[in-house]
Structure formats: structure tokens, C-alpha cells
Design a protein. Sequence first.
Length: 160
Amino acid sequence: MTIQVGDKLPAVDVQHKTGSDIETINTSDLFAGKKVVLFALPGAYTPTCSASHLPGYVVASDELFAKGVDLIVCLSVNDAHVMEAWGREHNADDCVMMLADGSAHFTRAVGLELDLDAAGMGLRSQRYAMVINDNVVEVLNVEQPRQFEVSDAQTILKSL
């Protein structure tokens, strides 16, 4: 079942790499007491994700923080090494936290998984963005397959 606006996020462990260390972080602890914009995508280094989705949030980060957002998170079903390298290449280090959901535990827990096995990519995340306030979903914008219209940074900015 897909998470809905008003639902509390599940507490799931994800990974974050800084330097040579990989830290396991529980989403419930990370999002507690914070206003968070979380956007998820099918994969690091994929065309729309690299050309538009992540760069859009990097560019809009100051505007998002000015609207009261405490944390911007990019989540993908990739490993922590890939997420850290991809974020570094897009200058996300100081503005977007790159979280790895390598085994898709968070993605499945919120019901937003995407089967891309036929494309050789296995289980991935749907493309979406959500605004979370103290672990409760306030906004949830899930894209239709192969679309990029409602999960971009500018749409989320308008919802704040």
C-alpha cells in the first residue's frame, strides 16, 4: 500500500556516506522535529535524474531553506558509494543529503517501488517528492511512469 498524505513515515535504516565512512541512519530519527523535502528517483546517473531532478534541487536549495525547510534529501535504490559520488559531481554536498536505499527497504515500506527488471535495472524507486513535517507526510507528488512534471523542485517550492 502506498503511503498517503497524513501518514507517518515508517522507521527504516538507510545509508549515508561522508568521506570514507558509511553511516546507517534511521529515517524516523533523521526526520524527527524537522521539515524535510525528500525526493526519490529511479537511479543515480540516469538521464532525467542527472539532467534535471537532482540539479533542480541543488539550484533551488536556498529558496527551499528560506521557506523553512530544514533538510533536503535525495533517495535512490543505489549504494552509498554511488550516491555520494553522484552528489559530489552535482555539487550537492552542502545542500542535499544523498541517502542510499540500496536494498529498497524504505522504498518498499512507503509502497513506491518500481519494477525495472525488463530494462535491466531491477527493483527501483518511483520518481516522487514529498514534504515531511516531523515524520508526517504533508505533500506527496508521485510521477506517472516516464514523466517528470510534479516532483521537481519548483513544484515543491510552490507547495510550501
